[in-house]
Ligand binder design. Structure first.
Ligand code: GLN
Length: 482
């Protein structure tokens, strides 16, 4: 069976009767088995996926016109998305054996358009991490080099797509969790505008940052999945009432773009020289193609990560308070009182990283320190957001590497968590400002690992972002590879 890189190709094969959904699912199931050692999947919905494929094949035979927009799309979902009667654990012991009571709006919309969900994939515990090492199921390995991390927190999603065990994966992005693993695994990762997709049924990490995103092998699939999941939802008050447009039908980009980049980013002390070089070449190629690409000042780069960790830990400390050992999942058995139940269940149920963040968040919200940390970080966020918006009034896009370095070795950052936090320096800005951003595979490092380029656009400019990405992938990035 050929390797399909987009739903367009799969649909064509289905229409020409060269392929059935059942064959497709069988192929992916075999691939999942063959790549089992990478630890991307927590659970494979084998029987259900096969049954659904049979059902969809029958539907296609009898009433082809009634097949949904995602007919032929096989996806995996990150272990933070609720799917009724299926387990969801956020890769944490505290949710051990917990089954979803309802289906996330985003997941329901995929199902309504005839997607097949093949399994639940690994991630960092409560989506906290950049390497997928912080999971009760153990680390996920990068298929290109098993010593390397796949990135995180949607590391299972990235490897699932990288290894062709599904066509796309649904992840979540609070500070880069979709874009960074996509870059580390050589695929596409897209996070839309904050509020574009309902977060009903997404386990919350930091609610003013969290957004559902997608990992795919083609821009057209990313565009289609976002357009299907986006749009108003009565269950999430933060979701935009603007109806989404048909992004996947508007992938033509004509005209010339105005693009900003930051010298402070390209010359940042943490940047790998090869990533800098490729990004600079890309800028030159864009200029040669007639686009305006200019360096602009952005003076807040080094404030992004500190502010992000004050705000997200504060929000996490509140969001994760519901996991009390009573209502969901794990409860410690060695308890003597109610208070003891809370304390021991939480102590035993959360990982060290999650506990560290809850404590940090509780600290920055405590009365004596609230203004010094939380209020100050809110002010910094406002400055970052306003400056970003100001730049995007003059330019269509901001371009920068997705990450300053390619994937590191498993265990390498274990003793230096701050180093790992700093690796998100380029992705967090989009979450701070609530704007859409995409990571496209740019090139391969001399060490064999891929890296990405990131584009950000103004709020709700998804259509522009997708069409320009498509143009980049077809004309500029490919050109650079040869
Ligand atoms: N690595 C970042 C963090 O640990 C981002 C995670 C995410 O986007 N969910 O918070």
């Amino acid at each position: 069976m050929p390797n399909y890189n987009s739903l367009v190709a799969i649909k064509k094969a289905l229409r020409n009767e060269e392929l059935t959904c059942s064959q497709l699912v069988e192929y992916y199931l075999r691939k999942i088995q063959a790549t089992d050692d990478l630890n991307a999947y927590i659970e494979v919905f084998e029987e259900k996926a096969i049954a659904r494929a049979i059902e969809l094949d029958a539907k296609f035979k009898s009433k082809p016109d009634t097949c949904g927009r995602l007919f032929g799309m096989v996806v995996s979902i990150k272990d933070v998305l609720c799917y009724k009667d299926h387990k969801v654990t956020a890769a944490s012991k505290i949710l051990e054996n917990f089954s979803s009571l309802y289906t996330a709006t985003a997941v329901q919309r995929l199902l309504d358009e005839d997607a097949i969900i093949i399994g639940r994939v690994n991630c960092d515990q409560f989506a906290m991490g950049s390497s997928n090492e912080n999971s009760i199921y153990g680390p996920v390995k990068n298929a290109l080099n098993k010593e390397k991390v796949p990135g995180g927190s949607s590391g299972g999603s990235a490897v699932a797509v990288q290894t062709d065990t599904c066509l796309a994966s649904i992840g979540s992005d609070t500070g880069g969790s979709v874009r960074q693993p996509a870059a580390f695994c050589g695929i596409i990762g897209m996070k839309p505008t904050y509020g574009r997709i309902s977060r009903y049924g997404l386990l919350a990490y930091a609610s003013s940052f969290d957004q559902i995103g997608v990992l795919t092998r083609s821009v057209s699939d990313a565009a289609l999945l976002i357009e299907v999941m986006a749009g108003p939802d009565e269950f999430d008050a933060t979701v935009s009432h603007n109806p989404p447009s048909y992004y996947s039908k508007k992938l033509e980009f004509d005209g010339k773009a105005k693009i900003a980049y930051f010298d402070t980013a390209l010359n940042h002390s943490s940047i790998d020289p090869e990533i800098k070089k490729s990004s600079t070449t890309l800028i030159e190629n864009l200029k040669a193609d007639g686009h305006t690409v200019e360096a602009v000042d952005f003076e807040y780069l080094d404030y992004i990560i500190p502010a992000y960790y004050v705000l997200t830990t504060a929000e996490a400390s509140s969001n994760l308070s519901r996991f009390d050992g009573i209502r969901f999942g794990y409860r410690s058995e060695k308890v003597t009182s109610l208070e003891d139940t809370y304390k021991k269940s939480r102590t035993e149920g959360f990982s060290e990283e999650v506990k560290k963040r809850i404590m940090l968040g509780t600290f920055v919200l405590s009365s004596g320190y609230y203004d010094a940390y939380y209020t100050k970080a809110q002010k910094v966020r406002r400055l970052i957001k306003e400056r970003t918006e100001e730049i995007l009034k003059k330019y269509d896009f901001i371009l920068m590497p997705t990450s300053p370095a390619p994937a590191w070795n498993i265990g390498e950052m274990a003793d230096d968590p701050v180093q790992m936090y700093l690796a998100d320096i380029f992705t967090v800005q989009a979450n701070m400002a609530g704007i859409p951003a995409i990571s496209l595979p740019l090139a391969t490092h001399s060490n064999g690992m891929p890296f990405g380029v990131q584009l950000m656009a103004s709020q709700f400019q998804e259509s522009l972002l997708f069409s320009f990405s498509q143009y980049l992938m077809e004309n500029i990035i490919e050109k650079e590879k040869v």
